[in-house]
Unconditional design. Structure first.
Length: 327
């Protein structure tokens, strides 16, 4: 039986990846920061088979202990402070967790595996936010990185450190440069979930408006459940490498609003949306769209859920959640 260790098991990607690996017969361990973590109950409900280990990406000894407990064949480093807006409020912590935390996980894996480093495969969750002020459209693996947030900068550090460990130590370390991927499990602080949750509440008469930032920002949105399959496929390859994981299509926040409100029969959505300067980024990333050709050709991966299906799935889930809550 293969064993896997997932950091960031409490996030949407960690939950979907845990489900995928369990379905493939893995013994799965999840690293959790803090025994009072508010998301512990969610993990235990969705992934009762996962063995939880308490540790911290900023604490190298705790990572070594986690590796010794899990003894994994595959390590998936998904742990990060991943809310971009927050990274301006606390750039130091974002750098420590998202950037240096990835280094700590790489180093802990190298030290723990020792002479058996060839037996362990490592996945780093890189991000399209690394492209920032985009230098070409669409963005591919060779596109110059120009991050526009502390989060993006921290992800660039983690990305290049992963490449460095691959080249310096021969480590089977791959990075997935994932473009925006969403699901009903997305945190409500993220704009997609903020919108679908608001649409659900508005359709049920529980609120009137939602305040947003830049409605013209464009993103390449996919379904998180599809994207975790790409993570797994990377670690099944003979050679480690970096891959852009994206749909290759882009939509604006306005288009997202049209689909979400349209799904509940509201066509004049503008009257329910206000713009608030507080939600504008200090340095905006205007157009992100990935070229997934390499992943398609090498991994045989392509997304199954399209944009409209994704948004409708999230709205339906939030309507059900709001109905359950209001009972």
């Amino acid at each position: 039986m293969k064993r896997a260790l997932i950091t960031g098991i409490t996030g949407q990607d960690g939950l979907y990846l845990g489900e995928l690996l369990i379905s493939k017969g893995y013994e799965v361990y999840g690293l959790v920061r803090g025994q009072n973590n508010p998301k512990l109950d969610t993990v235990r409900r969705i992934l009762p088979e996962v063995k939880l280990i308490f540790g911290d990406l900023t604490d190298l000894p705790s990572l070594l202990r986690a590796l010794e407990t899990a003894r994994p064949h595959e390590v998936y480093n998904l742990g990060a402070i991943s809310f971009v807006a927050y990274s301006w409020e606390n750039a130091s912590m974002t750098s420590d967790v998202t950037g240096k935390g990835a280094f700590n996980m790489l180093e802990a894996t190298r030290l723990w595996a020792g002479s058996k480093l060839d037996d362990v495969r490592f996945y780093q969750a890189s991000s399209s936010e690394m492209f920032g002020k985009v230098q070409e459209v669409p963005q591919r693996e060779s596109t110059l990185l120009w991050p526009r947030s502390p989060y993006g900068v921290a992800k660039v550090f983690a990305h290049y450190m992963t490449i460095n460990y691959r080249e310096s130590y021969g480590m089977h370390a791959s990075s997935g440069i994932l473009f925006n991927h969403e699901s009903p499990r997305r945190g409500p602080e993220f704009v997609t979930r903020k919108i679908t949750q608001a649409v659900a509440r508005i359709s049920l008469g529980l609120q009137e408006t939602v305040a947003l930032g830049n409605l013209d920002a464009s993103r390449d949105w996919g379904f998180a459940g599809d994207y975790v399959e790409a993570m797994w496929l990377m670690l099944q390859q003979e050679q480690a490498d970096d891959y852009v994981i994206a749909t290759g299509e882009t939509q604006t926040i306005r288009e997202l609003l049209e689909v979400a409100f349209g799904h509940v029969g509201i066509t004049d959505w503008e009257r329910h949306v206000t713009q608030d300067p507080r939600f504008m980024r200090p340095a905006e990333v205007d157009l992100l769209v990935g070229d997934p050709a390499k992943a398609r050709e090498t991994l045989g991966w392509k997304p199954k859920v399209d944009f409209r299906e994704l948004v409708q799935m999230m709205v339906d889930s939030d309507i059900e959640d709001q109905r359950q809550t209001s009972r």
